[in-house]
Structure formats: C-alpha cells, structure tokens
Design a protein around this ligand. Structure first.
Ligand SMILES: Cc1ncc(COP(=O)(O)O)c(C=O)c1O
Length: 358
C-alpha cells in the first residue's frame, strides 16, 4: 500500500507517485574507494517520469480540497516541461484540460509527452526570458490570456514545497534510517529543495542542504542568448530576491555549487555508463556537485542524497546527446584533486522573505 491511497491497490494515477528508491552509486567516478556514500533518489520512476509528478499532485490535491479547481477546468502554467508533463498526466486522469507555456528550446521529447496526454502547449521565444523579471511578466501574460483557467503557480504555490515536506523528505529519512547528512538538489521553482530540506533539517538540524546552479558560462545574456542551458537548473546567487521563485527558501540552503552545462551533460553520461542510470542533465549537475562534496575530506563517512529529477530519455535529441557514439570511458570525477574539487563552495544568502510552509 502506498502512502497515497487507502486501498490495497492503487485506484488513481496519483497513488503511484512517490516512494521512489534510493540507489547507492558504487561505480560512479570510482566511488567504490570513496569514504563518502552517494545515494541517488530515482525520481524518474514516478508515473509521468519526474519529481514534478509530486508537485503536480500536491497542487491539484490542494486545489481540489479547497474548492479552487472546478470539474473540467483548464490548468495553466509556465513550465520547463516536467511540471507540465506531471500536470497533463494528472489532468487526463482526473478530467481536467491543460495548457502549458514553455521555452521554445524545451526538448521536443517533453513537448511531445505533454501533447500525448492531450494538453496544449504555447512556445515562447527564449530571448523573452533574458531580462531580469521577465518570468513574472510572462506569467502575467499567461494569466491574462487564460482568465477562466486555474493557474497552478508552481513557483509560488505553497502546495509545491509542502508535498516535498510531506513525502520526499520523509521517504529519504525513512530509507536512509536517518543516516542522510547532505541533500543535493537543483533549483527550478525551489519546491524540491525547500520542502525536502526543511523536513530533513527538522529531523537532523546539522544536515547540510546544497544546491547546484549554472556556472557563469552557462547563463544566457542579451549578448550571448544562445548559450546551452540545463532545464531545471537556475541561478540562485547574484539574483535579486524579488526575482527568485517564492518557493525557493534560501534560508534552508547551506551552500551553492556552480556547474557548467557541459559538465552536467558529461556527468549524466558518466552516470549512464558507470551505473546504468539514464539521468537528465539537471541530475548530471546535481551529481557533479555531489562528486565535489564527496571529494572533500571533511565529508568522509557521510551520506549524500542526490536528487535524480528526471530521465535522460527526455533529452536524447539535445546537443551532446543525439548522434553521440563516443565509446566508454566518459570523463568521471577525480577524487581529492583536479577540476572536480577545485571549485569553491559558495555559501548561499539567507534572506528572510520566505515564511513558514503553509
Ligand atoms: C529536470 C528538472 N530538474 C530539477 C528541477 C527543480 O525542481 P524544483 O522546481 O522543485 O526546484 C526541475 C524543475 O524545474 C526540473 O525540470
């Protein structure tokens, strides 16, 4: 029986969400000699294929409970794809319609999946996202264009971090029997890191929460708009607080590690070839950060849990993946020296704009 259903068998799609496994990475980067344990939480095993299935269910469940979502209503949001896929799957299963706004560069696999569930997509030119505050302006447009729809508001809806506080965090705590010392996550809306990190710290105040963000060369600018980026990995430092998503709780974050897109893609490939895990590039970035942490002497004997948000299958057409016939070995993190441990960890800011989880 899952935590989601009172029945002996699942009777709705959401009953299949969560309780994803942890896998210890023994071969990744020569980890078998490491005094530090890395456990990957395999979120692509959720029914619609990513950690965002939790977010989608958390938002729909809360909106149904408080009467904000009417039968047959249309769900709408701006998404980097995975939330749209999770919402589209649940909308199909629960009789809602759905429409999502995405960057034009979103992988065709993700757009195809949203269509497969019967939802609509609107693509927005990537250049529109380049100015500070652009996301808020685009969201204003999304809401204006869809006045009758239910705006799921994944960036600010407290049901997003809450579902991670209630499920992702407790699962990690239960499945490590409290051994987890460090949580590593990417940040899109911040829901994962805020809810999961907050729960784990409530159990173990000394636990460290680390997020990965794009390094300077992987952030598009008006001068260099076509930079290769990782879906689901966003800047959290050097961003004004009002431009961070409301669901990102920087107070829960102890450190930020920067990762270039190329490093994220290489690490995802190393994960596939060393462990048989087809992780997406955001998970590559997370595992890049986890490898850096594992290389630090002060982390010897510690247990790191790294979030594998989605599968590499939804990015097979992206640069550096399609047509890649490079044989093994892929570059792997080096312990104790070299590029993997050379980047300093930057301590995250601690603004107090984020209130308690509602
Ligand atoms: C592939 C991927 N990884 C990680 C994340 C980050 O999740 P969250 O929105 O909970 O911060 C997202 C979400 O944007 C994502 O799509």
């Amino acid at each position: 029986m899952t935590a989601w259903s009172d029945n002996a068998w699942p009777d709705h799609l959401a009953a299949l969400i969560g309780n994803t496994p942890l896998l210890e990475l023994k071969r990744f980067g020569g980890r078998q000699t490491s005094p530090c344990r890395i456990l990957a939480k395999i979120e692509y095993l959720n029914p619609a294929g990513s950690i965002k299935d939790r977010t989608a269910w958390g938002i729909i469940r809360a909106a149904e409970a408080d009467g904000h979502l009417r039968p047959g209503q249309t769900l709408v949001d701006l998404t980097s794809g995975n939330t749209g896929i999770g919402l589209a799957a649940l909308a199909a299963a629960r009789g809602y319609r759905a429409k999502f706004y995405l960057r034009a560069s979103t992988s065709p696999e993700k757009i195809g999946l949203i269509h497969q569930y019967g939802a609509r997509t609107i693509l927005i030119d990537d250049a529109e996202f380049l100015q500070p505050g652009a996301v808020d302006l685009i969201i204003d447009r999304v809401r204006q264009e869809n006045p009758e729809a239910f705006y799921t508001n994944q960036r600010g809806n407290p049901a997003n971090p809450r579902i991670h506080f209630e499920t992702t965090g407790p699962e990690i705590w239960r499945d490590t029997a409290g051994a987890v010392d460090i949580l590593v996550s990417a940040v899109g809306t911040g829901g994962t890191v805020s809810g999961t990190g907050r729960y784990l710290k409530s159990q173990k105040p000394g636990l460290k929460v680390v997020v990965v963000e794009p390094a300077a060369g992987s952030v598009p600018t008006p001068d260099h708009p076509d930079v290769d980026t990782v879906e689901g990995v966003h800047k959290v430092t050097e961003v004004e607080a009002q431009h961070l998503p409301g669901n990102y709780d920087s107070g829960v974050v102890d450190a930020v590690i920067a990762c270039e897109t190329a490093q994220a893609r290489l690490t995802a490939r190393a994960l596939a070839r060393d462990e048989g895990l087809t992780a997406g590039p955001s998970s590559g970035a997370v595992l890049f950060a986890a490898a850096q942490l594992a290389a630090r002497q002060e982390n010897a004997g510690r247990t790191i849990v790294a979030i594998v948000a989605d599968s590499g299958e939804r990015y097979l057409s992206q640069p550096g993946v399609e047509g890649d016939r490079t044989p093994h070995p892929a570059p792997a993190p080096q312990r104790r020296s070299g590029a993997w441990s050379s980047q300093p960890i930057r301590t995250g800011p601690k603004p107090s704009y984020y209130g308690p989880l509602g």
